[in-house]
Design a protein around this ligand. Structure first.
Ligand code: FAD
Length: 394
């Protein structure tokens, strides 16, 4: 049996950050979890929410808790890039675009953003001067546009994960590429049994298995649930990709009968060597898979093409001048909590949890990893983050 002082379950965005922070202080850290599968359609194991090249990052949020988390996390992007030698951050800024229906919320948000000295430019409905700055974008003229400049922008979640893992491993973290099936707290430590039948023993364990955190015998019920998510990749040629590399990221409350809450990242090169603009959205067909088998079936063979025409139509309407060569949909998963905020908490004497990204966890994953590592190591909780917001609610 291998023994460790600290064991993190889940080599995703939060788990890798937790391992990096733990291994700054602890001499005995292990990170348990598989790599991204080579072929999703035949993969027999677990999946993750970070299999992509683009995630939005921003400071302004409707929820001040997410905003405070993002500010902590964004401050660490450049130091992490430097420490790892792996770039993952492009501060291209961001647009939020909506119609009249959100104006009262937005006014409150902007007052709050002003109070927090966060930089932004607001273009009310009818004011189209934003078009001279971002001519590639097109929105209906009765929509307002909020521009949040850098440090808002984009991170590459796969590259950020590589960066976290590189530093964690430099600091001595052991990587174990297996799947945890059972977590058993005992008087002298925690016994973790893996899918391959190995037993691991640790003094303290962090569970950071994303949308899978509640699908094995890892945690007592913490209110976590999974939701399917669909994205479309619009392929562009290399000159177009370079020409639009600094397109701000976008959140757009589109008026469409099939899809809503659009988000978009500028063109980047994907592992197949091609360039894509990524757009995601909520759809009328999003599901809430409850078992491991249901989540696996979604990733392997789920129908992500139901709303493909609506996705294509929206993407071409938002970016009318961009020549798209092809469109592909992809399946993903979100881990949600009833509060809409992440869970970072101590479950029992020796077991801790960090999960519940709620579709916003990538940008703040470094801060969430730091918070849970701090709980384990007894660090002071940062004053700017309300502790109660992250507790498990029964
Ligand atoms: C389509 C899409 C778009 C998104 N857009 C944004 C965005 O623009 N901005 C943003 O901030 N966030 C965004 N998110 C959310 C963000 O990606 C997630 O919140 C984030 O990845 C959560 O990190 P995590 O570490 O909790 O989970 P994950 O990144 O999913 O990592 C969990 C890890 O646990 C491992 N694992 C699972 N079960 C086990 C087990 N039993 N044993 C061992 N390991 C296990 C998995 O293999 C995985 O590596 C988006 C998510 C999706 C799906």
């Amino acid at each position: 049996m291998q023994t460790f002082e600290h064991l993190v379950i889940g080599a995703g965005l939060m788990g890798s950050a937790a391992a990096r922070y733990l291994s700054q202080q602890s001499q005995s850290v292990a990170l348990l979890g598989p790599d991204e599968p080579a072929d999703q359609t035949t993969h027999p194991g677990v999946f993750a929410s970070h299999y992509d090249e683009g995630r939005l990052t921003r400071q302004i949020s409707r929820d001040p808790v997410w905003s405070a988390l993002a500010r902590l996390a964004i401050a660490q992007y450049r130091p992490l890039e430097t420490a790892s030698g792996i770039p993952f951050y492009n501060p291209v800024g961001m647009l939020v675009v909506d119609s009249d229906r959100m104006t009262s919320h937005m006014k409150a948000d902007l007052t709050w953003a002003r109070d927090m000295h966060l930089d932004f430019n607001f273009y009310p409905e009818g004011d189209t001067t934003w078009q001279t700055l971002f001519p590639a974008y097109h929105f209906p003229s009765d929509y307002w546009v909020l521009h949040e400049p850098a440090p808002a922008g984009m991170i590459n979640p796969r590259a950020m994960l590589r960066a976290q893992l590189a530093v964690a491993e430099q600091q001595g973290t052991a990587r174990l590429r297996d799947i945890a099936r059972d977590v058993e707290p005992r008087a002298d430590g925690v016994l973790v049994t893996t899918q391959s039948g190995e037993q691991l023993h640790a003094q303290k364990v962090i569970i950071a298995a994303g949308a899978f955190s509640h699908l094995f015998n890892l945690l007592p019920p913490v209110g976590l649930y999974a939701e399917t998510e669909t994205i479309i990749l619009g392929e562009v040629d290399e000159p177009t990709a370079h020409a639009h590399a600094n397109l701000p990221t976008l959140i757009y409350f589109v008026d469409d009968p099939e899809i809503d809450d659009i988000y978009l990242t500028p063109p980047v090169r994907y592992p197949d060597g091609r360039y894509y603009i990524k757009m995601g959205a909520n759809t009328k067909s999003d599901q809430f898979p409850q078992t491991l088998e249901e989540v696996q079936t979604w990733f392997r063979t789920g129908d992500s093409d139901t709303h493909k025409p609506a996705f294509e139509r929206a993407l071409q309407t938002i970016l009318p001048g961009i020549p798209f060569h092809a469109f592909y949909t992809k399946r993903c998963i979100l881990s949600r909590t009833p509060s809409g905020r992440p869970i970072v908490d101590q479950i029992s004497d020796r077991v801790f949890v960090a999960t519940g990204g709620n579709g916003e966890g990538a940008k703040s994953s470094d801060a969430l990893g730091r918070l849970v590592a701090g709980l384990v190591l007894g660090w002071e909780w940062p004053v700017e983050i309300p502790r109660d917001a992250f507790k498990v609610r029964s």
